[in-house]
Ligand binder design. Structure first.
Ligand code: SF4
Ligand code: SF4
Length: 267
């Protein structure tokens, strides 16, 4: 995966678009246009509140150059007038997938088929977030619908957590992708199929293992202010927790290479 992203986004821009056209037969439409040398990006909105899309627009002042000069937005329901999904280098997917919505399921499967890389864009796509608790339907016609994370149906290559993803994180991730900055992107690759989705995961995975240093990062990452630091330790207000998982993936101690440490200490 490491080399795959580097191959697509790293190095000279000229090689990027060429690779995309080499790996798949170009459509007649694409053949009539000059071959683009920029990474081809798609954006798909499944089930969510659109907060991640709004967060993306918060960046337009600084991303204008990137979006217009450095990447090609080739697919997106509200971004591009294109109905047939083209080959893409990267597809950002916002929202969880409603299993009862045939269109959403087909769109997701097709995106996997057409994209070199799939990015779970935001917590709903990454771990389901609050949508996993949604019942679906309307009061007048109650019915059960389920909204699992996209990794339950397709392989996900990287994830950007958040409810919504912070505008700064989006901007930095896009710049890192274009520059092939793998050090910056490594956490996003590691949490691609993340299944932590609650403040309880922070308690189980960090607090209960006595790994917490009281740095407060989890509290800063929580966008619903469900975490209060009391005497240097996080306390979770479960009524406010929307199950986004941002606290756990932001905690520097959740990345502790426990297996490696045990191996080196012969534990
Ligand atoms: S981010 Fe992790 S180490 Fe820091 S206070 Fe929260 S649980 Fe503790
Ligand atoms: S405590 Fe906050 S950051 Fe953690 S999962 Fe709940 S809402 Fe998200």
């Amino acid at each position: 995966m490491f080399s795959k992203i580097k191959e697509i986004f790293g190095g000279e821009a000229e090689g990027n678009g060429q690779k995309a056209t080499k790996t798949a037969p170009a459509s007649p439409k694409a053949e009539s246009k000059p071959a683009s040398t920029k990474p081809r990006i798609g954006y798909i909105h499944l089930s969510g509140c659109t907060g991640d899309g709004i967060s993306l627009t918060e960046n337009y002042d600084i991303l204008a150059t990137l979006l217009t000069d450095m990447v090609d937005i080739v697919y997106g329901q509200t971004l591009v007038d294109e109905w047939d999904m083209p080959e893409m280098d990267l597809c950002l997917i916002e929202g969880s997938v409603c299993l009862q919505d045939e269109h959403s399921v087909k769109e997701l499967l097709k995106a996997r088929e057409k994209s070199a890389l799939i990015c779970a864009f935001g917590s709903c796509a990454m771990n389901g977030c609050f949508t996993t608790y949604a019942r679906g339907g309307q009061q007048a016609q109650p019915k059960h619908e389920s909204f699992p994370p996209i990794s339950s149906l397709v392989k996900v290559d990287l994830a950007l957590p958040g409810c919504p993803v912070a505008p700064e994180m989006i901007a930095k991730a896009v710049v890192a992708l274009i520059n092939g900055d793998m050090d910056y992107l490594q956490p996003a690759l590691d949490i691609a199929a993340c299944d932590t989705a609650c403040g309880c995961d922070l308690l189980n995975g960090v607090m209960n293992k006595a790994l917490c240093t009281g740095c407060g990062t989890c509290g800063l990452a929580c966008q619903t202010r469900a975490i209060e630091m009391i005497q240097g330790r996080p306390h979770i207000d479960t009524d406010r927790c929307i199950k986004c998982g941002s606290c756990y993936v932001s905690c520097p101690r959740s990345w502790l290479p426990e297996t490696q440490i045990k191996k080196e200490l012969n534990l």
